[in-house]
Every structure is written in C-alpha cells, then in structure tokens.
Ligand binder design. Structure first.
Ligand SMILES: Nc1nc2c(ncn2[C@@H]2O[C@H](COP(=O)(O)OP(=O)(O)OP(=O)(O)O)[C@@H](O)[C@H]2O)c(=O)[nH]1
Length: 589
C-alpha cells in the first residue's frame, strides 16, 4: 500500500481545497460579478435618486405651502389687505426659516404692494419692501420692526416707480385665474436661477382683490447636487421637462447671458454627451447608455410639483466603476482565502511535524537491534498524550521482551551446557569399549594416528603391538560367555597396568584381540614389559583358576622412520599371525 507522510496528508488537502475554492470563487465571480455590479449600481442610483427627490420636495414644498396658506388667508379675510404693514410682518415671519425664500409678496387690485425679501445670494438678510409708504408707487426698502413691522427706511429711489399690476407674476395669475408657476429665470443682478408661484385673490363675489406670490432662488439645489459625494464619473441633473437645466452635479453653467439675452443650458446641447443622450431617451426608469466607449446606467424620475409643474431627476453612473470595485473586492477575497488556506496548511504542517517527529523517533528506536534504545526513551517525549501512551506501551513491551530474551538466553545456556556434556559423553562412548573401558577400534585408530604424527614430528621412536588371547573360544565354551567377559576385563586391566598411563595407548582391537602403543620407549623396555605381561598370565589365573596365554606381534618404528598407520597394522598383524601359527604364547618382533 502506498503511504504518504503525515505532513502531506494535512497540507495537500488544504492546498487542493484552496486552489479549488479559489478557482470556484473566480469562476463564480466572473459569471456573477457583472450581475452583482448592475444590482449594486442600480441600488446605488436609487438611493441617490431618493435623496435628491426628498431634497427637492423638502426644498419646494414650503414655498408652495406658503403661497397656498396666504391665498387662503386673504380669500377668507380680505380685510387683511387693508393693513399691509401687518401683512409685511406676517410675510417676514413666514420667510424667516427659509434661506432660499426670496420673496413673499402681495399686490392689491388698487396697486399697493408689500413683500418680505431677502437677497438670493445672501441668505438670512430679510427686509421688507413696499410701494406705498414713502410715496405712492415709489418702491422702498425697510428694516423689519417687531411692533410696527415696517421699520426704518433703508433706501428709496423716487424714480423707481413700481406698479405690480404690470408685472408678469400679476398678469399671469390674473390671466390663468388660479395658482400659476412662473418661468425659471436668473435673478436680476444675481448669478442664480429663481422661480415664482403666484395666486389670484378673489372675494366671495369673484371680484379680484389682488395677487399673492412666493419666489425662491434655486442656487441651493445646484449647491446640493454639487455637494453630493458621488462615485467617480457619475453625473446628476435636475431639469425641466423641456430639458432646461435647473441644477447639476457641477458640469457647466446653467445659463449664459449674451447682449442682454439670457439662454438657459439645455440637456440637448450640453457639452456632456451623456447628458445629451439622457435627454434623448427622455423616459422614466433605468436604462443603459453607452457614451464614447463607457457604459452608463441611467435613471430618470420625474417630480410632480403640483399645478402642472414637473421636473426631471437624471442620474448617470459608469458601470466600469462598480465592476472595477467589485473586481478588486473579489480579488481581495480570493487572495485572502488563499492566504488563509496557506496559513492553515502551514499550521497543519507544524502540527504534523509536532506529531510526526516523536513518532519518527519512536520508529527509529524500534528499528534498532537494541531494546535499550526503546527502554531509554523519555516517558514524556511529546506534548501529545496519545504519543506518550504509545511510547510508554513500546517501552513496557521492550521491558517484557528483554525479560523473555534473558530467560531464553539462560535456558539456551543451560541446554547448551547439557548438550555439551552429552556430546562429550557420546564422543567418549563412541571411542571407548563398553566392556573393558579401553579405546575401541575407532578410538584406537584416532589415537594411533595422532601418536604417529606426533612421534614423527618429534623424531621419536614408537612400538606397536597387536596381541590376542590364545584359544579364548575354549574359555567361552567351558565357562560361558559372561565368564569370558570377565576374563577379557581382567586381561585389559593387566595390559593397562603394564603400560605407562599418560602417553602409552591400550585398546581393545576387536573380540579377544588388543593393541598397545608405546611412545618414545626403547624396544628393550617394551619387550621387558610384554614379557612381564606374559609371565603374569602364566602365574595368575585370569578366571576360575584358568590360566590363559597371549600371542604378541610387535613392530618397532625407529626415530626418524616414516610409516603409515595401515602399513604398521599390517606388519603387526602378520607378526601376530606368525606367533599364533608357531606355537602361541610368544612375542614375535
Ligand atoms: N566372552 C566373550 N567372548 C568373546 C568376545 N569376543 C570374542 N569372543 C570369543 O573369542 C573367541 C575367539 O575364537 P577364535 O577366533 O577361534 O580364537 P581362539 O579360540 O582364541 O583361538 P586362537 O586365537 O587361534 O588361539 C570366540 O569364541 C568368540 O566368541 C567377547 O566379547 N566376550
């Protein structure tokens, strides 16, 4: 079975997971990112549009409401028109909270006129203007006074005769006989657009009593759109239905004045091509617009301002911005995911090293031939409990094995020494004659061979004797085989008695035949001894009063003479044969 290191077992799955997950995220993001970008873009557009819509409504609603409230007041209480200073005070208070409220005015049917006014570019500076205080129809500005309402005169121009009934706001209201919007126009002397709303006042008989009007500067809306923090490349505009711009997020002027003629900027001829295309589409809802290689999401919505007036909000967002943002976001997520998995794999590798190192050490110790390397392992070799348990298990197994081995060694030593004894005993019995205790033929062969080599090496003389009991058959026949055995033992003892114990050899050569070897002995001494043996048999009965005789065949090997064992035996045998054939009980040399 193929095996892998623990480290790879932990690291490889995480790396594979990271790659698969990263690839999956990349594929998924590439498929869905455009979709998500679109959704985010649309969501963003709607959010911005909602803010603008609310802002425009908040901006315009008080202006409409005040006109409506004043119309209702003058309609139901026409006597208010008899006390225009009080009306001026009322207008002043109404205008006070609204910085963009440039005029709140009323003009009576007999030509009197009063308003609360503030500069369209200097919000907060409220004054009162009237054309009846100074001189009839001479317009003058006044400070507000809490008690008299019309306070000290600020300025008066006797040549500035002002008859409101000749003014567009008055005529428009009278002609339309209802609340009517004026045109958006620049304020005279101020770089901002403004618009007014005028309402004719009738008594219960339908007689015209005058016209009340409000007017607002639109500079605040332009400022608001410009102040919005938009994504890069986004454009916003507020326009009238005919495309005339009211406010933008900062692309160009809203009107031009040439030779006293004022021209409003219109979406159709705007320098920003995206605006031009937006005006061409001129329908509400979400669309995609391509301008010079850039794709935009475009959203248009109309705001109903009552009394037949509608404005259009337009928003353009480049799609690349959203997509780029999402791309980099997705890439970051992928990179972070990959890094996370690499960190996990790294930590896994460390854990594998922490677990694997002591295991490796254990296996190295177990591989060694010496159990001591396992027994010497520390009890706490790792911070991992299971590894310590494994180490302790191995260690105690090594202890047990060591005991078993020691037992085995003792037993083997005991058995070996027993077998050695048995072996020696077997060897001895293999070389010894059981009856007499002398060398048997095999023992003799071995002994004579060693003796021959030794004496030849040392250059010593040697005498070999073969001797045989004469007519031994008769002993067996007469006294039985067991008595014959006793006789053989007695002969063996006699022979042994007469040779030198240490170096000479006595053997039972077979049956009643014996062999003697005398080492480093003169032949005379040997013969002396053989004769003693012979005489001993004549004098002492071997068994049951029976005397025996023996015949001897003797071969003497002189110093330095070389002869083989076979030749030596053959010669001795011949001599013995000769002794037997020539009367027995004799020594033949
Ligand atoms: N009791 C006893 N008899 C043995 C043993 N080995 C040989 N013999 C006997 O020795 C006798 C040898 O007889 P032979 O070969 O005829 O020789 P011999 O009777 O000694 O006659 P010569 O050698 O010619 O003098 C046999 O009767 C054998 O049975 C033994 O171990 N025990």
């Amino acid at each position: 079975m193929k095996t892998v290191p623990l480290r790879w077992l932990i690291v490889i799955p995480f790396v594979v997971l990271a790659v698969v997950l990263g690839a999956a995220m990349y594929l998924l993001s590439s498929v869905t990112i455009a979709d998500i970008a679109d959704k985010i873009g649309k969501q963003y557009i709607k959010e911005v549009e909602g803010r603008i819509y609310d802002r425009v409504q908040d901006f315009v609603t008080p202006f409409i409401s005040i006109a409506e409230v004043n119309l209702a007041a003058f309609t139901h209480r026409p006597e208010l028109l008899n006390d225009l200073p009080a009306v001026a005070g009322r207008f002043y208070e109404q205008a006070l909270p609204y910085s963009q409220m440039t005029f709140i005015s009323v003009a009576t049917a007999d030509g009197r006129y009063v308003n609360s006014t503030q500069s369209p570019m200097k919000s907060g500076q409220h004054n009162i203007a009237a054309n009846f205080v100074y001189e009839p129809f001479v317009m003058a500005g006044f400070e507000y006074d809490p008690k008299t309402f019309i306070g000290p005169k600020i300025e008066a121009d006797p040549t500035f005769l002002y008859d409101p009934r000749e003014r567009p706001f008055y005529r428009r209201a009278v002609n339309n006989k209802q609340i009517t919007w004026g045109n958006i126009e620049p304020y005279y002397g101020f770089p901002t657009l403004g618009i007014d709303l005028s309402a004719p006042i009738y008594d219960e008989n339908g007689t015209l009593l005058g016209v009340t009007a409000t007017s607002i500067a639109l500079v605040e809306l332009d400022k608001y759109l410009a102040s919005l923090e938009l994504v890069e490349g986004a454009y916003l505009f507020l326009a009238e239905n005919n495309g005339d711009l009211i406010a933008t997020s900062g692309q160009g002027a809203l009107y031009q004045t040439e030779n006293g003629v004022i021209t409003r900027s219109n979406l159709n001829d705007h320098s920003n091509k995206a605006f031009q295309l937006a005006s061409q589409s001129a329908k509400e809802g979400m669309q995609e617009i391509a301008v010079e290689g850039e794709n935009y999401l475009y959203y248009q919505r109309s705001i109903d301002l009552k009394y037949g007036k509608q404005w259009q909000i337009g928003i353009l967002i480049p799609r690349s911005y959203q997509q780029g943002f999402l791309d980099s976001y997705t890439q970051s997520v992928i990179v972070i995911t990959l890094l996370l998995f690499i960190c996990i794999a790294g930590v896994g590798s460390l854990v594998a090293w922490y677990i694997g190192k002591p295991i490796h050490r254990l296996s190295q110790a177990a591989k060694g031939n010496n159990l001591k390397s396992i027994q010497q392992l520390p009890t706490a070799m790792s911070g991992v409990r299971e590894i310590n348990a494994l180490s302790q298990g191995l260690s105690s197994m090594a202890d047990n094995l060591s005991d078993i081995m020691q037992n085995l060694e003792d037993k083997v030593a005991e058995r070996t020494s027993y077998l050695q004894g048995e072996n020696e005993h077997l060897l001895e019995s293999a070389l010894t004659d059981e009856l007499t205790g002398l060398y048997n033929r095999r023992g003799f062969n071995q002994a004579i061979e060693e003796a021959l080599v030794y004496s030849q090496e040392k250059g010593q003389q040697l005498t070999f004797v073969l001797c045989d009991i004469d007519h031994f058959k008769r002993v067996n026949d007469e006294f039985g085989h067991s008595v014959g055995d006793l006789a053989l033992v007695s002969v063996a003892m006699n022979l042994k008695h007469h040779v030198r114990f240490a170096s000479d050899i006595v053997a039972r050569y077979g049956g009643e035949e014996f062999a003697l070897v005398f080492l480093n002995a003169d032949i005379e001494q040997v013969l002396l001894r053989l004769n003693r043996i012979r005489r001993g048999f004549a004098q002492n009965p071997v068994v049951k009063g029976e005397h025996i005789t023996m015949s001897f065949g003797v071969v003497h090997v002189c110093e330095g003479e070389v002869i083989s064992m076979e030749a030596l035996i053959e010669q001795a045998d011949k001599k013995l044969y000769q002794a037997k054939n020539t009367g027995r009980d004799q020594i033949i040399l």
